[in-house]
Design a protein. Sequence first.
Length: 116
Amino acid sequence: MQDKDLLTAWKSQLRKGAAELAVLAYLGRREAYGLEILNALSRGSSFEVSEGSIYPLLKRLEKAGKIESRWVEAEDGGSRRKYYKLSADGERLLGLMTSEWHGFQRDLSNMVDGGQ
């Protein structure tokens, strides 16, 4: 396998692993609908989440009780939107994941940058 292919595969796995934390973190700041979450995660960053992966992730988090949803009618008479927000369990999970992320980030940075 070529370096470019290995890098592409590694970046894909890195994004998949971080997507759940990114979604929970975004919903920790505000209630939002799926496309809004997708756009926010992609805007101004290299963090790419596809439509094909965001909705299954939201469904899985909702089924696990980490997020809650509600349908909202569009003010202009358009389509309804499903808004998501963190549940109490989701807030606890976000706190645990954030703490774990900061430790992981620190440890990996030390390894990559030559620290101890």
